[in-house]
Design a protein around this ligand. Structure first.
Ligand SMILES: O=C([O-])[C@@H](O)[C@@H](O)[C@H](O)[C@@H](O)C(=O)[O-]
Ligand SMILES: [Mg+2]
Length: 426
């Protein structure tokens, strides 16, 4: 194995459809960061993570420190975290509201998300040098394909400006629209479980959408995720209404104490990618039995091995494990699939936004068949960088002033009075 000769960090802007959530609506373009770790022998390892400026600046600050290092992932997290002071990231707003859809924001969480891209890129480079897939470096796969769930969104047909990206999916703003979207997801990708992003309309309308999905797909697992929008009382009403219909209810309410109260009074399992998104949030949440399913996400938790650590902790405490997704491209999907293939206790279909993306930076974007993505046995992650596409998406970043995802600002273009709602919205 040769040492690292060069590290490249490239910010890009990718087009994104007008998907609605509690905070507002997705912007026409959203940032991602692409990492390349190049070894002296010429292997190129790829990683992908959030592209908001705080993440990008930290990745840029850390990248040169890797040059000359061995291809090792041990100790990476603290080395990245040590750079946070250098980029002045202490000024960030640590509140729940600041991050909106993923619980409270901390410097450590930003560092973990940046670490994940370098860890994945190092594993990819290592796999290419050794001629083995990443899953082999993680102990080996226990399945040949990973199941994903259709990620349904209320959405507009188009962004407000005529020259902004369009995707032909059409609007989904009521139960019939959600069912039509689900049918197309099932037809095009073969998904057999469905998650609806909620927190957009009054709970009664979102309950109606889930019941309409249940009528259409009576045997299929369903999930609803309002990103913590509801009070404890509202959460309990929805949970009672959807008991026996949902496989789990995701983040109905905000905060571990509120989740614990809902969990205590309801039979429905609660899942989260908001109140447990870092290791130091686990003890209290598990002690209170606030969540029955944790959504792993290698970006949140600091990488692929951290995801395996999380799986071991969940297994120990009898807590289920699923997988969260945010807007992402094929490098992240490859990494998600590799790690998911190694975790025996990953019992739920994983979330993915990937069907919503019309662009990618890999030469052969993944295909879903029967809702499954095949686990690659090719060296590393098994994907190749599309350099023309990377260059074009980077040029878009250079030409634009979008430097972070801001769903509330995107909503204000249509509704100037909009502010991200306080808790609880309902
Ligand atoms: O893309 C979105 O609008 C989602 O709401 C995303 O940002 C969340 O992080 C996520 O998918 C979730 O499960 O909460
Ligand atoms: Mg969620």
């Amino acid at each position: 194995m040769s040492p690292i000769a060069e590290v490249r960090v490239t910010p890009i802007l990718i087009s994104d459809p007008p998907l609605l959530n509690l905070q507002g609506v997705h912007q026409p373009y959203t940032p991602r960061t692409i990492v390349e770790v190049i070894t002296e022998d010429g292997a190129v390892g790829l990683g992908e993570t959030y592209g908001d400026l705080d993440y990008l600046r930290l990745a840029e600050a850390f990248a040169p420190k890797l040059t000359g290092s061995a291809l090792t992932v041990n100790g990476l997290g603290p080395r990245v975290a040590a750079c946070t002071r250098q980029v002045g990231a202490e000024r960030i707003d640590n509140t729940v509201q600041a991050e909106g859809l993923r619980g409270s924001r901390t410097l450590a969480k930003i560092a973990a998300a940046v670490t994940s891209a370098f860890e994945v890129a190092i594993f990819d480079a290592l796999g290419r040098e050794l001629g083995v897939p990443v899953h082999a470096l993680l102990g080996g796969k226990v399945r040949d394909a990973v199941e994903y769930s259709a990620y349904l969104f209320y959405r507009w047909a188009e962004h407000p400006e005529p020259d902004e990206p369009r995707d032909g999916w059409g609007a989904a703003l009521d139960p019939a629209g959600v069912v039509a979207q689900a049918k197309r997801m099932a037809d095009d990708y073969g998904f057999t479980s469905f998650k609806l992003k909620g927190g957009v309309f009054e709970p009664a309308q979102e309950v109606a959408a889930i019941l309409a999905l249940h009528d259409e797909f009576p045997e299929q697992p369903l999930r609803l995720d309002p990103n913590g929008a509801w009070s404890v009382e509202t959460s309990l009403e929805v949970a009672a209404r959807l008991d026996g219909v949902l496989e789990y209810l995701e983040d109905p309410t905000t905060g571990t104490a509120n989740m614990a109260e809902v969990a205590r009074k309801s039979a429905l399992p609660l899942a989260t990618n908001m109140c447990v998104t870092a290791f130091d949030e686990i003890p209290e949440a598990f002690r209170l039995d606030a969540v029955q399913v944790v959504l792993s996400d290698h970006h949140y938790w600091g990488g692929l091995r951290a995801t395996q650590d999380l799986a071991a902790i969940c297994r120990t405490y009898g807590v289920g494990l699923s997988m969260h997704s945010n807007t992402h491209l094929g490098i992240s999907l490859a990494a998600m699939t590799q790690v998911a293939s190694t975790v025996p206790s990953l019992d739920y279909a994983c979330d993915t936004h990937r069907p919503w993306q019309t662009e990618d930076v890999i030469t052969e974007p993944h295909t879903f068949s029967g809702g499954l993505v095949k686990v690659s046995d090719a060296p590393g992650l098994g994907v190749e960088l599309d350099r023309d596409s990377l260059a074009a998406l980077h040029q878009r970043w250079l030409d634009s002033d979008v430097r972070r995802r801001d769903d509330a600002a995107a909503m204000r273009r249509v509704d100037p009075a909009w502010t991200a709602p306080g808790f609880p919205r309902w």
